[in-house]
Design a protein around this ligand. Sequence first.
Ligand code: CA
Ligand code: CA
Length: 109
Amino acid sequence: MKAHRRIISIILSAVVLFSAAAPTASAEIRYIRGDADRNGEVESVDVTLILRKLIDMPVPTFDERAADVDGNGLEIYDATFIQRYLVGFSNPYQIGKTVVFDEYELPVV
Ligand SMILES: [Ca+2]
Ligand SMILES: [Ca+2]
């Protein structure tokens, strides 16, 4: 009987240890590509925020990762690509799609 308790104790300890070491879903970062203010929509306000950020004007809420739609750093083209998306032009950078980042990995599209 004592041996059974000891084995159960070891198993429970192992479960607790490995569950604490496993990566959690909270490590994921999700955003919508082009949604610079992260309000859940890509809209003209996001273009305005990018332009303001580029000339160092204050912006209340800004996520550069979401705003940088082509992944090469924030620039005027990001605003242009979003404007083109908003009027229905081609969308080579998947603006409006949800992007998932693992904290330690490159984006999964
Ligand atoms: Ca937005
Ligand atoms: Ca860019």
